[in-house]
Write a protein that binds this ligand. Structure first.
Ligand SMILES: [Zn+2]
Ligand SMILES: [Zn+2]
Ligand SMILES: [Zn+2]
Length: 105
């Protein structure tokens, strides 16, 4: 089954902050979500996995410093666009709908 692997950084203060999100494709033909999902006619509902696995969380790195909030630094969401490298396409998810604020004059 396909899933997202979310890697964390563990900081000296003990906090774990999300660092990156990887999309892992199981590459199976019997997975509806996979890019390898078979194209020929088949009983998909019965033969194939229909859903993604829940997000997997993994601590990949350890920092010898405290995390930013503990150091009094506030940064606006760190996760996205770290090195500008766009791996795979991010289809679906992350509904960024702007304009939620209601301006009452
Ligand atoms: Zn899969
Ligand atoms: Zn299928
Ligand atoms: Zn901290």
């Amino acid at each position: 089954m396909c899933f997202y692997l979310i890697t964390y950084r563990q900081y000296n203060c003990g906090h774990q902050l999300p660092f990156r999100r990887h999309y892992l494709d199981c590459n199976r033909t019997v997975c509806k979500i996979s890019v390898r999902h078979k194209r020929e006619v088949h009983d998909c509902a019965n033969e194939c996995d229909q859903v993604m696995l829940a997000d997997q969380h993994l601590v990949m790195e350890r920092c010898l410093t405290d995390c930013d909030p503990c150091r009094g630094i506030t940064t606006p969401t760190v996760v996205e666009g770290l090195n500008g490298s766009h791996s795979t396409d991010e289809s679906s998810d992350s509904g960024d709908s702007e304009g939620e604020s209601e301006g009452d004059d």
